[in-house]
Design a protein around this ligand. Structure first.
Ligand code: ATP
Length: 299
């Protein structure tokens, strides 16, 4: 659905995006993670056709996005800093969206009034930050785009509204195979919502994987033995991080869960737990691998 082919982008002498390749499947929810300044917004703007890549191409449905009105009318970008016309009301913005997006659904817009309790005729700039974000989602869901690109989307929404928006996103993906790309620092939210994850760092894509595969590959282990930790045990494990707390060895280990369990059981542990890592822990550890310092990631 979305093909990103060796794209690069520079700002003056800063190489913000350094030759990224990505493939995003139709109907998936792709979470783009990364440290501050990693290049997420720059990449999203190139996917949305707002920035022209200095090299490489972004294609949606096999067509280049940049300066391609046929594709751009199927793509909606919700930026982190929202923009509405000065003094516009939601109704006026809706009429604008209706005039530029052929997929706009007036019927859906009317139905979503039940989800977003906002005054259609109040000037948006007089609304609270969270209400403005609700207005932006109301408009976005009424456009019914094929591709929805969201930069830090749920910031400012209260817990109930976040859940409502997440439900609407999942519903559009399930019912009409909308493709969603989300950049977020809220890894718990990404973990709930996304099926694919990309981690960006200093303009490069460190990892691109299905969330389930990412989680299946790395485990948190707590283990203790009579008479101390056998020195040999560490040789047979791909240990990413280790720490001893009293007689308990805590470590993060890469590899197949069953193989790790059968290997450790040979040493006859008295305590042995294998726990999944949260996406937040995986992120911190992957970033640690590339020198983005962490100290103690086992909690
Ligand atoms: N319009 C611009 N002009 C010059 N430099 C820019 C511009 N936009 C972004 N940059 C630089 O490009 C790099 C990537 O910025 P970008 O906003 O894409 O990062 P990000 O991953 O979205 O960061 P954050 O998580 O902090 O929002 C940063 O070093 C930033 O200063």
């Amino acid at each position: 659905m979305i093909e990103i082919i060796n794209i690069g982008k520079e700002f003056d002498d800063l190489e913000a995006i350094k030759g990224i390749n990505m493939h995003i499947q139709k109907g998936s929810i792709y979470g783009l993670l990364g440290s501050n300044g990693a290049g997420k917004t720059t990449l999203l703007k190139m996917i949305a056709g707002i920035y022209r890549p200095d090299r490489g191409t972004v294609k949606i449905s096999r067509e280049p996005v940049f300066e391609n009105p046929n594709i751009k009318k199927r793509v909606l970008f919700l930026p982190d800093a929202l923009y509405f016309f000065p003094h516009a009301t939601i109704r006026q913005m809706a009429d604008f969206y209706k005039s530029i997006y052929p997929s706009w659904s007036e019927e859906r817009f009317a139905r979503l009034q039940d989800v977003f309790p906002l005054d259609l005729h109040k000037k948006i700039h007089r609304m609270s930050k969270g209400m403005q974000r609700q207005a932006a989602f109301w408009l976005a869901f009424s456009v019914m785009p094929d591709v929805l690109i969201l930069d830090e989307p749920l910031d400012g929404l209260d817990a109930v509204m976040r859940q409502k928006v997440k439900n609407l996103l999942v519903q559009d993906v399930a019912e009409r195979e909308m493709t969603v790309v989300i950049s977020s620092h809220n890894l718990r939210e990404v973990e709930d919502l996304c099926d694919h994850i990309g981690i960006l760092h200093q303009g490069e894509l460190l990892i691109e994987k299905e969330l389930d595969d990412l989680k299946a590959d790395v485990h948190k282990i707590q283990v203790a033995f009579h008479g101390g930790i056998p020195a040999r045990i560490l040789n047979g494990l791909e240990i990413v991080y280790q720490e001893q707390r009293g007689s308990v060895l805590l470590c993060i280990v890469r590899g197949n869960k069953e193989q790790i369990i059968s290997y450790i059981n040979k040493f006859e542990p008295v305590i042995f737990d294998v726990l999944p890592l949260t996406l937040e822990e995986i992120f911190i550890y992957e970033m640690g691998d590339v020198g983005y310092a962490f100290e103690n990631i086992i909690v």
